[in-house]
Design a protein around this ligand. Structure first.
Ligand code: FAD
Length: 398
């Protein structure tokens, strides 16, 4: 009987069913998979059980070129196409939700937002260290009273009489928050302006006036990630900390999140694939009533549905990536990809737990971790309900 350490997290040779990758993209997928298998898989279970952020993982991701992957080569990145980004995040997601989540924040939200919106000095100071893994970034948007309704955030940025800004407020659920060297922080210069008052600031950490504490409670999944409450009380920053124009931070945040949703959707495809692979391995090995579980039609029905939804998810994710590459992507494309891929993966992980019987209920096998990890992908970077509101608004507005 397989255990979590030996259960395959991919489907031999049929794992790319439903994708129509060119040979070089397929080779790229195999390279990232080999990296994930060698460097991430040996720690995926332990960091979850120990609730430990593994700093060495950052160096390994950087050494493989993953942290600079999506940035143009002129900026020191690897110039990945959006499709390659999706491929990489599927491979990382299949093996370690913590590593994929780290990359989504470090590269998807912080590095890319900074590349698109930062000035020359901000880019020169931070892009290199972020891509080399010498610095860790975090994205400080969510507040205790402002989650889905981002425009209602209350963290204040006030002009100081001697110049620069004074910041006050609280952020929570900030991935990498406790270990970050730099935070992209969203604050309002005037709450009465709603979204039009929101401004982005770049804050080097640690800093006087910033207190970081772990999130209270124990997370359901992503337990090898760092999630922090960040309290800001009288933090002084200069005018050179402002990213983009004053009052344009809402657009920077929303565009960053919309771009980042592709990695979340791709990560969900990876989790889905791993759940299916584990379910196939288990049900073909375990015998009950004199035959392998996979010979029973009710089990076959579940495996067939998981495979079909996996291919549909991946097709939506790759379609979105290709539209991003040719400039025709809309917010609806990525909303559909994230909504469908995360919800389908949630269904798949639930079936995988069920198909393992009592073994699915134990951390000895990987499926309970996959089930726990996928829940967060349905919540962050816009919940499934918020994706539906984006799509419904698009339908109503024509
Ligand atoms: C593991 C993890 C990592 C995270 N990392 C970060 C990070 O790095 N940086 C950061 O800034 N944030 C981060 N977050 C926070 C995340 O972005 C928010 O949790 C998310 O936006 C939802 O906000 P909320 O939790 O306040 O829920 P709420 O907005 O209070 O929503 C609660 C429920 O109400 C529903 N709801 C809300 N509005 C509507 C509506 N208009 N229509 C229908 N239903 C609605 C939601 O779908 C949800 O089901 C992280 C969260 C998690 C779980």
């Amino acid at each position: 009987m397989s255990t979590a350490d030996t259960t395959p997290l991919w489907l031999p040779d049929s794992d790319l069913v439903g994708s129509d990758l060119a040979d070089d993209d397929r080779a790229f997928a195999r390279r990232i998979r080999a990296f994930a298998e060698a460097k991430l898989a040996p720690h995926a279970r332990a960091i979850d059980e120990q609730r430990a952020f593994r700093r060495a993982m950052v160096d390994e991701l950087a050494a493989e070129g993953i942290l600079g992957g999506p940035l143009p080569t002129a900026a020191g990145g690897a110039g990945w196409s959006p499709l390659r980004l999706a491929i990489a995040h599927e491979e990382l997601g299949a093996v370690c939700g913590n590593a994929r989540g780290f990359c989504a924040v470090q590269t998807g939200l912080v590095t890319q937002c900074l590349f698109k919106n930062g000035d020359d000095a901000q880019r020169a100071r931070w892009l290199g260290p972020l891509m080399r893994g010498a610095a860790i970034g975090c994205f400080g948007l969510t507040e205790p009273e402002a989650g889905s309704d981002v425009a209602s955030l209350q963290t204040r940025a006030e002009r100081h009489r001697d110049g620069g800004w004074v910041l006050r407020g609280q952020k929570h659920w900030i991935t990498n928050g406790g270990v970050a060297d730099v935070m992209l922080l969203f604050a309002t210069v005037d709450p009465a302006l709603g979204g039009k008052g929101i401004t982005a600031f770049l804050v080097e950490l640690p800093a006087a006036g910033v207190t970081r504490t772990p999130m209270p409670g124990v997370e359901l999944g992503h337990r090898g990630s760092d999630h922090a409450v960040i309290t800001i009380d009288g933090l002084r920053v200069g005018d050179d900390a402002v990213v983009g124009p004053i009052g344009k931070g809402f657009g920077i945040a929303l565009n960053g999140l919309a771009a980042g949703r592709l990695s979340v959707a791709a990560g969900a495809v990876g989790i889905h694939r791993a759940a299916l692979a584990a379910a196939v391995a288990f049900t073909t090995g375990r015998q009950q009533f004199g035959q392998p579980l996979a010979k029973f039609q009710m089990v076959q029905e579940r495996l067939a549905d998981m495979l079909t939804e996996l291919c549909a998810s991946r097709a939506l994710v790759h379609r979105c990536a290709r539209r991003r590459a040719d400039g025709s992507e809309t917010h609806a494309d990525v909303a559909m990809a994230k909504l469908y891929a995360t919800e389908a993966a949630a269904r798949a992980t639930e079936q995988a737990v069920m198909l393992h019987g009592a073994r699915g209920y134990s951390s000895e096998f990987p499926v309970e971790r996959l089930w726990r990890d996928i829940q967060a992908l349905r919540i962050y970077e816009g919940t499934s309900m918020i994706q539906r509101t984006i799509l419904a608004r698009m339908l109503a507005d024509g």
